[in-house]
Design a binder for this molecule. Structure first.
Ligand code: NAG
Ligand code: NAG
Ligand code: NAG
Ligand code: NAG
Length: 353
């Protein structure tokens, strides 16, 4: 199928240099990342909970090192960064020691976090926004206010959020009441829009929003479900989240002059993968590669957990997260795919404009 070439094309979208006050910068000059464990590249290494900097995580990362990514290798942000023309995705904010390290962007994402401040025990979205403000102050000292403002304006802002809020809501309520569910999703998207408005106020203009996936089908949820099937109540929340979020993004664009965005329809791609695994080369879309218990969804990918050898043939790496193979598919379609997978425009078009 045309949207699934097996070979990742060489990244030809290289730097169209543009010059600001004598400095040459790339397009996009930097990538700033916010959100949860699908985007975290090691911020949580500094916490005792919700971290992943131990084996078998990272087993397929260059050097086979666990970096804090919740993956056997690269995550979706890493693959997007490669498509955009970067050798590697921006560093974890918690590991940055010099302002200069942030000139190509920085990653604030933290596993366990959500849109709501009550979700997770790590770095909340609100704190990630404060971290950005601090990073901007450092950059201004490093390269000046004018250059920093131009950098922010032209950069790509990637966000992955919402799944953990829905997991918490489901755990607390069971998500059986349609009226309550609608209220919850509406208020969640209100909060999401508020965060995006804050980023806009800081000067961000180009947003890549990673939509939520079939969260009811992750091995952890099937493990907890006595029927052993996907938890439809959660997947249904995810569908509602995506449709309300997309409508709100459309509205935001009309409210915020100069804002542009691409919404990654991860859900649609995963629907195909779950229905026709063969198209992606998957042999297993049910179990986690690494973990314990039923579906390998009973516990995290710890050093003593069992793991599969044919990792490219698995959709899920651990109880909640995709393999790097899956992340690669997601990034590819988000970056260059059709409207079905990235709307109203894909990341490539977003960056070009
Ligand atoms: C992490 O655990 C160690 C020892 O188990 C403890 O000393 C430390 O305070 C904990 N750190 C956090 C951030 O909870
Ligand atoms: C659902 O929640 C609403 C609002 O809290 C409540 O008024 C209604 O009675 C609930 N419906 C059911 C079937 O429990
Ligand atoms: C791994 O070891 C930890 C602590 O020793 C234990 O709690 C956990 O159940 C073990 N997991 C597996 C998959 O054996
Ligand atoms: C954003 O989108 C508008 C159309 O709504 C377009 O005119 C503008 O050039 C875009 N700007 C950037 C920076 O992408």
């Amino acid at each position: 199928m045309a949207f699934l070439p097996r070979i990742l094309l060489l990244f030809t979208i290289a730097a169209l240099p543009l010059s600001i006050s004598g400095r040459t910068i790339r397009k996009p000059p930097a990538i700033f990342v916010f959100g949860d464990s699908l985007a975290d590249v090691g911020n949580n290494n500094h916490f005792n909970t919700s971290r992943a900097n131990f084996p078998h995580n990272g087993i397929d990362f260059p050097g086979s090192i666990p970096t804090g990514r919740f993956s056997n290798g690269y995550n979706t942000i890493d693959w997007i960064a490669k498509h955009v023309g970067y050798k590697q995705s921006p560093p974890a904010y918690m590991s940055v020691t010099k302002g200069k390290q942030m000139l190509r962007g920085v990653n604030f994402a933290s596993g366990g976090s959500g849109i709501l401040d009550t979700t997770g025990k790590t770095i909340t979205f609100t704190t990630q926004l404060t971290d950005l403000m601090n990073a901007v102050n450092v950059l201004e000292k490093e390269v000046g206010k004018g250059y920093t403002a131009e950098l922010i304006k032209k950069s790509l802002f990637l966000i992955s959020a919402g799944s953990n809020d829905m997991f918490s809501y489901y755990q607390a309520t069971g998500a059986q009441n349609a009226t309550m569910n609608k209220q919850f999703i509406d208020s969640l998207i209100d909060k999401y829009a508020d965060k995006i408005k804050v980023l806009f106020k800081y000067g961000a203009r180009k947003f890549g929003i990673l939509g939520v996936s079939h969260i009811g089908c992750v091995p952890a949820m099937k493990n907890a479900n006595p029927l052993g099937t996907c938890v439809e109540a959660l997947t249904s929340l995810a569908r509602d989240f995506n449709s309300v979020a997309k409508a709100r993004m459309h509205l935001l664009k009309s409210e915020l002059d100069g804002m542009n965005y691409s919404y990654g329809n991860v859900y649609n791609l995963m629907s195909i993968a779950l229905k026709k695994p063969i198209l992606f080369g998957y042999k297993n879309t049910i179990d986690a590669c690494c973990g314990s218990g039923k579906f390998n969804g009973g516990g995290p990918c710890t050093p003593n957990a069992t793991f599969c050898s044919n990792r490219k043939e698995y959709l899920f790496w651990d109880l909640f997260h995709p393999t790097q193979a899956t992340s690669k598919f997601l990034a590819k379609e988000f970056y260059g795919g059709s409207r079905k997978f990235a709307s109203p425009i894909n990341l490539r078009s977003l960056i070009k404009r």
